[in-house]
Every structure is written in structure tokens, then in C-alpha cells.
Design a protein around this ligand. Structure first.
Ligand code: ADP
Length: 389
């Protein structure tokens, strides 16, 4: 039996999954390396979520993406000695204007992805480090890239551009949209469980630590709340979401912040954390009595409702609203608060179904269906790798 490895490389973390290489890939194990470059940690779980290995990495192994991946893979191979990795599928944040599908990576394609680094300076270099590490670890395996931007490449011009001089659009300053692997997965699940809804107007709310919403017509992305970067749209765990660009100018000119400081402020100190001054974790905020925590959650819910109205207008109506991501899949209170007062959009929640976390959580009288569909980005990568190999 041959296998596929999926790899999701962040700034200081690497998530990987081992899958069977067949038409319906099955997960065998998932792993997480954390704090690369610092006190690196490693955890490996089987498909049922039971921990197989957990602990610290030696300082030597945990220094770089390549060294930590190599050490983690040794452990993986010790647990799955028959694993025969023929393909490695990579999550890559930016595919630029042209990648609307996953691709097999050759040197030229990797160079093309490296050239997109100015568009995603905080993420693309880590994805490339993951690719290089996997090329070293599996020199004979086919390397495949799956892009967070790809699902959105069909946006109509009005949802693809900003109203700044056109030369910047031509240079690639566009509304790319992200979380594409998650939306791709949800679209596939909807095709399976509710094809009549997918054929219409669907808004998917991917609400996790990162959060965005996507308006789909007939299963294709028409609009996304995220734009040029993964900062736009909804407030997130630590990211600001939509911001008047004048605020950025003020921070730079009047507060005297450097671009690196503004970047840190907007990516790491804002969103739920910035507003609550308590936590980026929705569970902690919902459990807190602190008025600032309540206001942070209120802002999160308000912005989702505002974007929902905007996306429904872009789609000229709404047939289904789908919740996914850690918050969307689990936070019943957030779902209920988003849906409250949305009767004008044909939304009526069934409280019992919502509390029971059922797949369909709208009432039988609701003109717009409301659903909860757990996402699985790793499976999208594994399937793409199998398809291309
Ligand atoms: P990431 O974007 O890092 O993949 P996740 O999709 O795992 O994030 O979502 C993480 C978020 O989901 C956190 O804010 C966490 O508090 C929230 N979350 C997870 N479970 C629950 C729950 N039962 N109730 C409320 N929020 C939850």
C-alpha cells in the first residue's frame, strides 16, 4: 500500500497527515511540530485522535523546518514502518493570479511561488520552507501544491479589484480570498449531502482562529470577505479584519509605528484579543464576565451579520448558510446570535437542532437552510495529491 503525506507549514509550526493513497484517501495519523526555532515540541496522533507520541524535540532537531520535519518523520516511520510515501501535498497560501487548481511542483513552479512572496510575506516563505524540507525528506516523491487562493480565482471583476489606479490591479493587487481548501471541501460535502442547495446561492462562514466568509453560486466562489491579504473582512483571533486604510496611515504617520510594528499590531495583537484584552480564544471569551470580552464577541457577531447581508446582496439572495471551522462547528451560542434577527433573509433557526449540533439547524419553515458542516482541509490536499499522481 502506498501513501500520501500532507504538509501545512506555518511560521513556527508544521502540521502533517499520513493518508492512504487511494481514490478515497483515509487518514492514518496526524502530527504537529510546534515552536520550531525555539523549544520545539512534537505530537503524533492516530486517526482516532489517540496520542502516539508527545514531547519536546532536541534543540538540534527543532532548529529549522527541515531538521524538525526530518526528526518527526523518523518517528512517524517508526510507528508506520510500511509507509511508502509517493506524494507530498502542500498547503500553499498564495497561488497568485494563475493557479486555479493544485499543481505538481517542479523547479520552475517553485520559483514562481517564491516570486509571489511580496504578496504574502508572512506565510509564503514558510510554505516554501515546508516544500524544501519535504523535497529533502522524500526526494523520490511527487510534490503537489494546493492553494488557499485557488478556489476564488473566478471572482467577477467587481469582486476582484480595489478602486486604486488600475496599474496595481495589473501588477496583481487583487482581492484573492483565502481559506480556499476549506471552501473546496465544504462545496464537495454540499454536493454530496445537499446538491440542490449547492446549485443555488450559498454563504459559507469559516469561523476559526482565522475567519472568513465565501459567497458561492452553483458551488463556485463569487465573493469572499478576505481580499488581498488574510487580514481583511471578519475580525479574527488576533487579526483586525476590515479596517479603514486611513487608520493604517494614522498609525504610520502620527503614532510613528514602523511597517513591521503595524504588521504585528494588525496580525497578532488585534481582533478578539485586541478588543477583549483577554484572549483570542472564543471559548475563554464566552466563559468570561468581563464587559470587554462581551464587546469583542458582540463585534465578531455583528461583523458576520453585516458580511452575510453583503454577500447575500452579491449573490442576489440566499438559499443556504453553512457554518464551519472551530467556532462555526462548535459555538452554538455564536451561531444562534448570528442567525437571530435574520428572518428578513429567510433564516429561522431551530434551537434544539442548533444545541444538538445537527447538520441542519434551521427550522422546517426556514426559507433559507442553515447547516453545520465540519471542514477537512487536509483531506482536500490528500485527494489533490492522489488525483495528480
Ligand atoms: P484554526 O483557524 O487555528 O484552524 P480552529 O478552526 O481550530 O482554528 O478554531 C479555533 C477557535 O474555535 C478558537 O477560538 C476556539 O475557542 C474555538 N472553539 C473550539 N471549540 C469551541 C467550542 N466548543 N465553543 C466555542 N468555541 C470553540
Amino acid at each position: 500500500m502506498s501513501h500520501v503525506l500532507t504538509l501545512n507549514a506555518g511560521s513556527s509550526s508544521l502540521k502533517f497527515g499520513l493518508f492512504t493513497k487511494d481514490t478515497a484517501p483515509k487518514a492514518l495519523a496526524t502530527g504537529l511540530i510546534g515552536a520550531i526555532g525555539g523549544a520545539a515540541t512534537f505530537q503524533l496522533e492516530d486517526a482516532q485522535g489517540s496520542v502516539l507520541t508527545r514531547g519536546d524535540m532536541s534543540p538540534k532537531d527543532g532548529t529549522t523546518h527541515a531538521s524538525s520535519l526530518s526528526a518527526a518523520l523518523k518517528e512517524l516511520m517508526a510507528r508506520f514502518p510500511d509507509a511508502d510515501v509517493r506524494a507530498v501535498g502542500h498547503r500553499v497560501v498564495h497561488g497568485g493570479q494563475h493557479h486555479a487548481e493544485p499543481v505538481i511542483l517542479d523547479n520552475e513552479t517553485v520559483d514562481g511561488l517564491a516570486a509571489l512572496t511580496p504578496f504574502a510575506p508572512l506565510h509564503q516563505p514558510h510554505n516554501l520552507a515546508g516544500i524544501h524540507a519535504a523535497q529533502v525528506a522524500f526526494p523520490d516523491a511527487v510534490q503537489v501544491a494546493c492553494f488557499d487562493t485557488a478556489f476564488h480565482r473566478n471572482h467577477p471583476f467587481v469582486n476582484d479589484t480595489f478602486a486604486i489606479p488600475r496599474r496595481f490591479y495589473d501588477k496583481g493587487v487583487r482581492r484573492y480570498g483565502f481559506h480556499g481548501l476549506s471552501y473546496d471541501y465544504i462545496s464537495g460535502e454540499m454536493e454530496r449531502i445537499a446538491p440542490h442547495l449547492l446549485a443555488g446561492r450559498v454563504v459559507v462562514a469559516h469561523l476559526g482562529n482565522g475567519a472568513s466568509m465565501c459567497g458561492m453560486l452553483n458551488g463556485r466562489s463569487m465573493a469572499s470577505t478576505m481580499g488581498f491579504s488574510a487580514l481583511d473582512g471578519l475580525p479574527m483571533g488576533t487579526r483586525s479584519g476590515q479596517l479603514d486604510p486611513g487608520v493604517m496611515l494614522y498609525l504610520l504617520d502620527q503614532e510613528g509605528l514602523s511597517t513591521a510594528e503595524v504588521s504585528d499590531l494588525l496580525y497578532k495583537q488585534s481582533g478578539l484579543l485586541g478588543l477583549s484584552e483577554l484572549s483570542n480564544d472564543m471559548r475563554a471569551l464566552l466563559a468570561s464576565d468581563d464587559p470587554k470580552a462581551r464587546e469583542a464577541v458582540e463585534y465578531f457577531v455583528f461583523r458576520i451579520r453585516r458580511e452575510l447581508g453583503g454577500l447575500a446582496a452579491a449573490l442576489q439572495g440566499l438559499d443556504a448558510l453553512v457554518f464551519t471551522g472551530g467556532i462555526g462547528e462548535n459555538a452554538r451560542e455564536i451561531r444562534a446570535r448570528v442567525c437571530a434577527g435574520m428572518a428578513w433573509l429567510g433564516i429561522e433557526l431551530d434551537e434544539a437542532r442548533n444545541m444538538a449540533n445537527e447538520t441542519l439547524i434551521s427550522s422546517d419553515f426556514s426559507r433559507t437552510r442553515v447547516m453545520v458542516v465540519p471542514t477537512n482541509e487536509e483531506l482536500v490536499i490528500a485527494r489533490a495529491a492522489v488525483d495528480l499522481v
